[in-house]
Design a protein around this ligand. Sequence first.
Ligand code: SAH
Length: 354
Amino acid sequence: MVREIYISKISREEIINNLLVGGREQKELHERASVIRDENVSRNVYFRGLIEFSNICKNDCYYCGIRKSNDKPERYSMSKEEILRAVKFCDRAGYGSIVLQSGERNDVGFINFVAEIVKEIKEKFPAMGMTLCVGEQNKATYRRFFEAGAHRYLLRIETSNEEHYKKLHPKEMNFKDRIKCLENLKDMGFQLGTGVMIGSPFQTIENLVDDLFFFKEMDVDMVGMGPFISHQHTPLKGGDETKNFNLSLNMIAYLRILMPDINIAATTALQALHPRGRELGLEAGANVIMPLVTPKKYRENYQLYDNKPCIEESSDECLVCITERIKSVGLKPKFGEKGDSLHYFRRVKNGCAD
Ligand code: SAH
């Protein structure tokens, strides 16, 4: 019920006019979103241990630090044993879910590896929630991943505007293909996550508001979106990203108002722009946090953007630090629970899963 009331109160115009608010108005916006979060998905914050298992990528996105043309990072792929060790850490730490993320590859070796490791994790840690974030794949591959035991998939659309998409990606990458992937993932039964970069070059405020309504129309279950931060070894280097921080917080708040029962992540990139970035993301309406559990030796080679935080920390340090951060804003770190998207169950129950 709460949901209908809030949805009817918010219009595209209202968001356009307020997306850049600061000061007292911003505080009120975040409080409004927090109340909606509390009423719909509680004050629990769920963990997703993030395992960046490979930085090898066939794509050349103009913004991304691990794009194939960047020869600076040392390319790596974690072994199955290393991945299982990281999952074991998550299990012990009480993180209810993991995210397996990597650069994008479509070769058989990679697909087999992902399907096998998902299956092995599922067998060894049956209670662990598992999200994949390994880019665009064909339907058969998505089905294989689902059957192996992954039940959530995160594929950011990056921008919901096709013309804008073209400016951020080389011509080999196609907006319509990405949309098709999102639809296929949903058909397959995954809990569907997407997201955008906030403040990316050429983006307008209208684009961002369209992004919010895109999430709503796609009826997604989870969103991970964060500020665009340029990377020095990419074509989109330079630029001033400070304004992207408040804009990102306000995007989180409006998304919570628009979609009260989805899972929204307070992403790591927020913390690259502000020392309390993730806490402020939670205060603006997010309910999920993704502590890094990538082994320390690989972290410096998985830098999607400059000044990525937590590169010098170990997984143990991240656990302590992030727990304190959640408590500091009066929210409840929820250990030992998957924290599935409530929206997903409602969507499926209402017969809208396809
Ligand atoms: N290959 C996977 C994972 C991509 S990396 C896939 O295609 O889904 C995860 C996310 O990092 C991207 O979706 C993008 O939104 C974000 N990212 C990349 N470069 C960034 C930058 N310079 N600033 C902020 N976010 C960035």
